[in-house]
Design a protein. Sequence first.
Length: 381
Amino acid sequence: MTGRGATTGIVIVAAGRGTRAGGPLPKQWQAVAGAPVARWTLQALAPHGRIILVIHPEDEARAACVAEGLLVTLVPGAGSRAGSVLAGLEALAQDPPERVLIHDVARPCVSPAVIGAVLAALETHDGAAPALPVTDALWTGAGGRVTGTQSREGLFRAQTPQGFRFDAILQAHRTHDGTAADDVEVARAAGLEVAIVPGEESNIKITAPGDFARAAKLLEPRMDVRLGNGYDVHAFTTGDHVVLCGVRVPHDRALKGHSDADVGMHAATDAIYGALAEGDIGRHFPPSDPQWKGAASEIFLRHAVELARSKGFDLGNVDVTLVCERPKIGPHAAAMQQEIARILGVEIGRVSVKATTSERLGFTGREEGIAALATATLVTA
Ligand SMILES: Nc1ccn([C@@H]2O[C@H](COP(=O)(O)OP(=O)(O)OP(=O)(O)O)[C@@H](O)[C@H]2O)c(=O)n1
Ligand SMILES: C[C@](O)(CO)[C@H](O)COP(=O)(O)O
């Protein structure tokens, strides 16, 4: 039994040839959802301890490339899974951890929950492994015909990682005949007690050609939606027009500011920066920098949306509310919507510009300036 904070070693067996899965390379080196299967598996286990990756000697260069940047030691495997596991355990034995997780490289979709459950069970058991109860009826068959039925009572489908006290599983493997399908079988043959923890349907083992597509579906990044808000205020000064959301609106005053003081476009820009957690306009275009004096705010908005695209996001929508008693926004709202959509490079239906008065209350009510609020959503492209 090993306590919380015990040292953990990880053996990932990857010396198989993947003959059932087919393809130009052994399955662990084939790409799924943009990365080799082995890379996904290494990344899933890397937070839990140092990794021994057991490989076929012919795969060394490929494995080194796949493991780049991670704490991984490559060790040559054997002709059977059990032999490869033993090679990995012997490599760890030079500086033995208290417990070890043994995992198939061919299970790249393993979740933190499954790994955590195995580690937690090791606090009170010699061994622990994830499994799912068999839920389908079971038959025996031969020659394409059903020859009998089999009770499913008490039957489980075994998964990995399988976790053990290190010294106990090393001894068990050293004395086993090397024919076991998995490490639970080896542990039980040595008299160790193994706890069953809940496995997951998503923890598939890539075995047949169709399993690559199943794994890709599970590994492909989920849609990421970001929401940001922006708020800006500019005071009135003398002048004969204001620029709001890129549209010149005649007025008996102007807005004061370092740039063109387009309060609506500034709020929209800050909403996009906010959704990206990228600060605000001041961070990207410091007011202390003279080159932005009198600048058209289109530059800021375009920069924000291009930054979003460079990070893999598309604009979902932007909604701007202008707060002022005058000038009246209604007659110009459609032109403003069109201008913002043009700058953002999106269809007009994704942009909303609306206005409200503040019922003559506060600084906007006293016509000392104009305020603007904006909300923007970004979605993964
Ligand atoms: N001599 C072997 C055989 C298998 N394995 C590993 O054991 C795991 C489970 O084996 P399996 O899914 O059967 O993989 P392969 O042996 O590669 O597949 P196949 O039987 O289709 O050739 C895999 O991660 C595989 O790389 C290994 O390290 N050494
Ligand atoms: C260890 C294992 O993943 C448990 O399900 C499985 O037994 C290994 O794969 P194989 O196809 O039996 O070699």
